[in-house]
Design a protein around this ligand. Structure first.
Ligand SMILES: Cc1cc2nc3c(=O)[nH]c(=O)nc-3n(C[C@H](O)[C@H](O)[C@H](O)COP(=O)(O)OP(=O)(O)OC[C@H]3O[C@@H](n4cnc5c(N)ncnc54)[C@H](O)[C@@H]3O)c2cc1C
Length: 438
């Protein structure tokens, strides 16, 4: 059956995670731009496979969808609390960090207030035709748009040796809650050294009564290292630092990202404390028969079937010594990677690349090989260009405001111009000037 051209928009958003939900919320007060946002899920969701009951946000609740761009916006977390008549109780509860469950309730509340979000719409392909983007969407729709904002998230990273074995017993952390609780394994190996690995470890050790006898946690890192969210490190999560970072040469940016890793990928200090205390309780107070191994400086190098179990070959990164861990289940908490989404494979050649990724401009639009007035904006794909904060919530509202200002060709949202508290060498020349777009 031929596709139906259902509409023509100024801007179409692909994916409704926090990134595009933030743009949609900020666009809500700007009627001059016609917009629609398409999401493949049938309702708003945020990493459901890792939504543990007590999982906490790693950022302040003020870093919501809108506040840092527009503090009086009605789609703020504070207005959500006010509307639910629990603002006083929220403050009285004095949370250090709020639960991810409450933040999801907030984002779902915002999603239900926005008329232009279209769920159960999977965007299959984006083409470019007659100066317009054409999005082919299941079920059987085509929409035309002058601009597109891709907000499809990052792809779970699976080490090559594990890829042929993905399934019920070997899977990425993003699927944990969909798979693990059903299977009640006697032995589990967790690979990875970040927050997701830590939360999965905590879940497993707290559910020891489910029959768990052996729990192994393997990381390449040299320790189970804390997230650095101290004040001067948090300067990396500001618009001005992002602008500074953007002006640097590519090699310097990559070096900085490696040096700053724990500012984003470390484990919350509270989670580390809970894990340590659980281990203490299980080992020393309860004296449970749990074979517990915490292996740092070890890398997963191969994965093979061994009867009904899986043999994870691990290599000591200091000595080169190899050993093997047998378990029923292997959970790969190995992070996420930025890739060019397959939906734009057909138009990728129209844009400049930098190290296999689309080169982004200041305003988060991809850089065309030949000048063009339409824009393809990429959310959550600018870690290498805009800095370590890009995949997180911290600069979400600012990034959305930057994109909307670019769409409008004027500074509708005032972006902060305050001073750095830290002096850094200013780059000699800008790589690309901020463009005003008509
Ligand atoms: C478990 C976890 C906890 C986190 N906690 C924090 C935190 O506390 N603080 C913080 O700052 N950061 C946190 N982050 C990082 C950051 O907030 C998330 O990565 C965030 O989800 C990024 O939002 P996004 O909208 O870019 O991508 P996603 O949340 O991945 O959303 C992308 C959306 O696009 C949809 N989609 C994909 N392809 C298509 C298609 N073809 N058609 C239609 N829809 C499509 C997907 O279904 C999805 O809904 C966390 C990350 C994880 C994994």
């Amino acid at each position: 059956m031929a596709s139906t051209i259902s509409a023509v928009y100024d801007v179409v958003g692909i994916g409704v995670g926090p990134s595009n939900l933030s743009v949609a919320a900020l666009l809500d007060g700007i009627p001059e731009l016609s917009a629609a946002f398409f999401e493949r899920n049938d309702a708003f969701a945020w990493h459901p496979g890792l939504l543990f009951r007590d999982a906490r946000l790693q950022t302040s609740f003020l870093k919501d969808l809108v506040t840092f761009a527009d503090p009086v916006n009605p789609h703020s977390f504070v207005n959500f609390l006010h509307s639910k008549q629990r603002l006083h109780q929220f403050i009285n509860a004095d949370f250090d960090k709020i639960t991810r469950a409450e933040f999801i309730e907030y984002m779902t509340w915002v999603a239900t207030r926005l008329p232009n979000l279209k769920f159960s719409h999977d965007v299959r392909e984006i083409r470019f035709h007659n100066d317009m983007f054409v999005a082919r969407i299941d079920p059987n729709i085509e929409v035309y748009s002058k601009h597109v904002i891709l907000g499809v998230g990052r792809r779970p990273y699976v080490p090559p040796c594990a890829r042929p074995h993905l399934g019920d017993a070997v899977f990425h952390a993003s699927e944990f809650l969909a798979r693990a609780p059903r299977s009640r394994p006697a032995s589990v190996t967790i690979v990875g050294g970040g927050q997701s690995a830590a939360e999965i470890f905590l879940y497993c050790i707290r559910n020891i009564d489910s029959g768990l006898k052996q729990l192994t946690w393997v990381t390449k890192r040299d320790n189970f290292s804390p997230l650095d969210d101290s004040p001067f490190t948090n300067e990396y999560f500001t618009p001005l630092y992002s602008k500074y970072f953007f002006e640097l040469e590519a090699d310097k940016r990559i070096a900085l990202l490696n040096a700053q890793k724990l500012a984003s990928d470390g484990i919350s200090a509270s989670t580390l404390r809970e894990i340590y205390q659980e281990i203490y309780r299980v080992k020393f107070i309860e004296g449970r028969a749990l074979d517990l191994r915490l292996l740092v400086d070890h890398e997963l190098t191969a994965l093979d079937r061994a009867g009904f179990k899986w043999a994870a070959s691990i290599c000591d990164t200091t000595t080169g010594e190899r050993s093997s861990v047998l378990s029923d289940q292997v959970v790969l908490a190995t992070g996420y990677e930025t890739v060019v989404p397959r939906q734009i494979e057909g138009i990728r050649h129209l844009f400049e690349l930098e190290r296999e990724q689309l080169r982004l401009k200041h305003d988060f639009s991809a850089s065309w090989r030949v000048p063009c007035r339409s824009r393809l904006y990429l959310q959550n794909a600018g870690r290498r260009s805009h800095g370590i904060a890009d995949p997180n919530l911290s600069l979400l509202a600012w990034r959305s405001a930057t994109i909307i200002n670019s769409l409008l060709g004027r500074e509708h949202f005032v972006v902060p111009q305050n001073e750095h508290l830290i002096e850094r060498n200013a780059p000699q020349q800008t790589r690309q000037p901020m463009e005003q777009i008509a």
